[in-house]
Design a protein around this ligand. Structure first.
Ligand SMILES: [Mg+2]
Length: 443
């Protein structure tokens, strides 16, 4: 290579590098923050289809138990079935529609799985509703060596592969814009709105479709000729601040691309408590059975707490008599915990104070209160548990949780819950056995 060509080669490569750097900078300027919104497509029905693939591609409606349509597949929607439509009307108008009861626990399990998959990529995941999450992935492009779009594609593909249901994704610079983006194309859509493309989308978004703008505000603003989200943005801050409340103004900033609403890790509906209660038949005074029922409730609520990385500072339990009277006790935990054997020890100590052998009982229940993030829990210096014992219990339960997640909630349970699980098989109301796809590839 002669010196001239070497020179031109250097110029060429230098130019390429500059171009690449410029492109990267521009991309980052377009994403001062990167917020992802993930939204399950026809989520309830999709969960049903994932468990029963024979429903795939068919018009399916859930809500048989309430006698109104609570959710519907896209095929049912295309026929004209709407949410809230009475079941008898659907049967009359659309006899081909398959109407099934809702299984909210099943949807909750899928929801938790969605949340856990997102948390593999970032800690900053807000569980907004049963089928929606926000994730702040700002800076993750650098960390993973991928563009934000590639990260969104990877997450979308992982959710689909592991849950067997599709999600629509919106990626933008604020939460409100990420919501606009995820709605843009459904099902299985992926819409990216960088800072410089915001007007292109807002011009085509009716104001009433913007997250946080209710029908009343929409009607009010329509009087001033505001029809689209872009009309709203164009009115400007001064005009709006004279006529609208602060939350509406905050939405205006978010639509302009200025992020005011942070992604709050954890569940959006901040839990004040976690409960499990159930009535059984026939009423009984058998203390072994009653304690076993409490043990089963403790296993259920502590598992939910662990899944949400929460620990309880207080626990209450009750026995309900045949004549509907409650006997209730609250226990304060020496250290916040989500480990069932520790809570059961406390309940065992107080059981005698609520149990009366002359009474017949028809229900039991357990509630965890004062929930704090597990990460905030430090070892209690005066605890009788040694640090090693607590650590090994945590390890044990993380293994147990993995087994339960993969093989179902009845795979493993404490000996103290045995009678309750046995009774469940013998005479209690029959519970549907879900055939959940495991966390891993599903066909
Ligand atoms: Mg949805």
């Amino acid at each position: 290579m002669n010196s001239k060509s070497l020179q031109s080669s250097k110029e060429w490569s230098g130019d390429t590098v500059n171009k690449k750097e410029r492109a990267e900078k521009e991309f980052r300027a377009d994403f001062p923050r990167a917020i992802l919104h993930v939204d399950g497509d026809a989520f309830f029905v999709a969960c049903e289809v994932a468990c029963n693939p024979s429903l795939k591609g068919k018009p399916v409606v859930t809500g048989e138990e309430r006698r109104i349509a609570s959710a519907m597949s896209y095929e049912a929607k295309a026929l004209g079935v709407g949410r809230g439509m009475p079941v008898h009307e659907i049967r009359k108008l659309f006899p081909e529609v398959i109407i099934i009861p809702s299984h909210y626990r099943l949807y909750e399990i899928f929801s938790q799985r969605m949340y856990r998959i997102l948390r593999r990529y970032t800690e900053s995941v807000e569980w907004y509703s049963i089928d929606e999450c926000f994730a702040d992935i700002t800076g993750l492009d650098h960390e993973l060596g991928m563009s934000y779009e590639e990260i969104a594609i990877t997450i979308q593909d992982t959710l689909h592969a592991e849950l067997g249901i599709s999600f629509s994704m919106g990626l933008s610079v604020t939460k409100v814009l990420a919501k606009v983006a995820s709605k843009w194309k459904k099902p299985n859509g992926r819409t990216i709105i960088p800072l410089n493309s915001i007007p292109d989308y807002l011009q085509k978004t009716p104001l009433g479709k913007v997250w946080g703008i209710g029908p009343q505000t929409t009607r009010y603003l329509q009087q001033f000729g505001i029809a689209t989200a872009q009309d709203f943005v164009d009115k400007g801050e001064a005009w709006l601040s004279e006529r609208c409340a602060k939350p509406v103004l905050e939405i205006w900033h978010e639509l302009c691309g200025r992020s005011l609403h942070d992604v709050h890790p954890g569940k959006h509906s901040k839990h004040k408590s976690l409960s499990s209660t159930e009535t059984f038949m026939p009423p009984t005074s058998d203390p072994t059975f009653l304690f076993s029922e409490l043990s089963r409730h403790v296993e259920l609520v502590t598992r939910s707490a662990r899944q949400e990385t929460l620990a309880a500072t207080r626990v209450s339990f009750f026995l309900k008599t045949r004549d509907f009277r409650y006997r209730r006790v609250e226990c304060v935990m020496p250290t916040p915990t989500a480990l069932p054997h520790i809570i059961l020890d406390a309940i065992r100590k107080s059981f005698g104070s609520v149990y009366d052998p002359s009474m017949m009982y028809r229900a039991t229940g357990v509630t965890l209160f004062g929930l704090v993030p597990i990460s905030h829990v430090s070892q209690d210096l005066f605890s009788t548990q040694t640090e090693t014992a607590t650590d090994s219990s945590k390890k044990l339960y993380s293994t147990i949780d993995e087994i339960l997640n993969r093989f179902g909630s009845k795979t493993l349970y404490l000996c103290s819950s045995l009678t309750a699980f046995g009774n469940r098989k013998a005479g209690r109301k029959k519970e549907r056995n879900f055939h959940l796809p495991i966390l891993g590839k599903v066909s």
